[in-house]
Design a protein around this ligand. Structure first.
Ligand code: SF4
Ligand code: SF4
Length: 307
């Protein structure tokens, strides 16, 4: 099959498998200025305690070292915008663990390619040293906004990103040629933690980081900044005008259970460990752990009591 036909086939298969958009980039070392910017960000400690971000930078900056012989990066995005937000709870976590959902569909895509052309490849979704947004930009899918999210023009930024690194030559897409933020600064101005600036994201101040990734005690007086956000924070996404184009996802595994949908702040406050386990079986929230989730909920409670 000609390279052009194979590329078209892969993109149509990606859509058939439930991805909203698919682009392709040449697998090669990232631009020097990208590596430099990343190293500066790490050097300033803006990654907080996420030490895994310091490791494997050789592979992070060159995907051909991560997957030997890879020639093309197939970059995909899957919509996670919910039908209804759940008060205080991150939209992305309403359904089953997205890492597995995206990777499983990427491996089905690999199988589809193998049906017509021999190919070796590996799939990733937030699971390896891959600069996901960089490759999505290179693959022409979107651009990185001031909120540091990948924004897909006409679709918004509520998307899981995934990559299939394959050992075949394909037609490569061209990055978008303009910045879609313009003079807007809504995300920076709305960030409750002051984590966003023109220099990027400081995870130390980000509520998503603090409520999901951060172990140990929360910073003092965080309750006020948290508002009702006890697991994640969606403010820099929901205020972004590009998300007015967002439509609810239709992936069955990403829908919340009836129990989760019916949770209220009163119910969260008295959640037991067995209830937590039942509620979040096969969910990304399992990694957070019951104690940490209750730590967050108690931080809200403390704030309520002092008001
Ligand atoms: S997730 Fe919340 S705290 Fe973090 S940068 Fe966005 S608005 Fe700020
Ligand atoms: S809120 Fe405005 S500045 Fe922030 S990412 Fe969206 S368009 Fe860009």
């Amino acid at each position: 099959m000609e390279k052009e036909d194979l590329t078209r086939y892969i993109k149509s298969e990606a859509i058939r498998l439930g991805f909203d958009i698919c682009g392709i980039a040449k697998a090669e070392a990232v631009a020097e200025e990208t590596a430099q910017r990343y190293n500066n960000w790490i050097g300033k400690g803006s990654h907080a305690t996420m030490q895994y971000l310091e490791r494997n930078c050789d592979k992070r900056f060159d995907p051909t070292l991560l997957v030997e012989g890879c020639k093309s990066i197939i970059s995909v995005a899957m919509n996670y915008a919910p039908k209804q937000p759940i008060d205080g709870f991150a939209d992305y976590a309403q359904g089953k663990d997205y890492h597995k959902i995206v990777k499983e569909r990427l491996y089905r895509l690999l199988q589809s390619i193998n049906d017509i052309c021999p190919v070796q490849g590996r799939a990733f979704c937030d699971s390896a040293p891959v600069l996901e947004r960089y490759w999505a930009v290179k693959a022409g899918i979107g651009y990185i906004g001031r909120n540091r999210q990948l924004i897909i023009p006409g679709k918004g930024s509520a998307f899981f990103l995934g990559e299939l690194l394959v050992d075949i030559e394909l037609c490569h897409d061209t990055p978008l040629s303009r910045d879609f933020c313009g003079s807007c600064r809504k995300c920076i101005e709305s960030c409750p933690g002051g984590a966003l600036s023109d220099n990027g994201l400081d995870a130390n101040k980000c509520l998503s980081y603090l409520t999901i990734e951060h172990r140990g005690e929360l910073p003092e007086n965080i309750g006020k900044k948290m508002g009702n956000c006890f697991y994640g924070c969606d403010r820099c996404r929901t205020v972004c005008p590009h998300n007015r184009f967002s439509t609810p996802n239709t992936i069955p595994e990403l829908q919340p259970s009836d129990t989760l949908r019916q949770m209220t702040m009163e119910k969260w406050q008295v959640l037991t460990k067995p209830e937590y386990k039942a509620l979040f079986r096969h969910s990304a929230v399992e990694r957070c752990g019951y104690e940490q989730l209750m730590r967050n909920i108690n931080a809200l409670e403390k704030e309520d009591k002092t008001e």
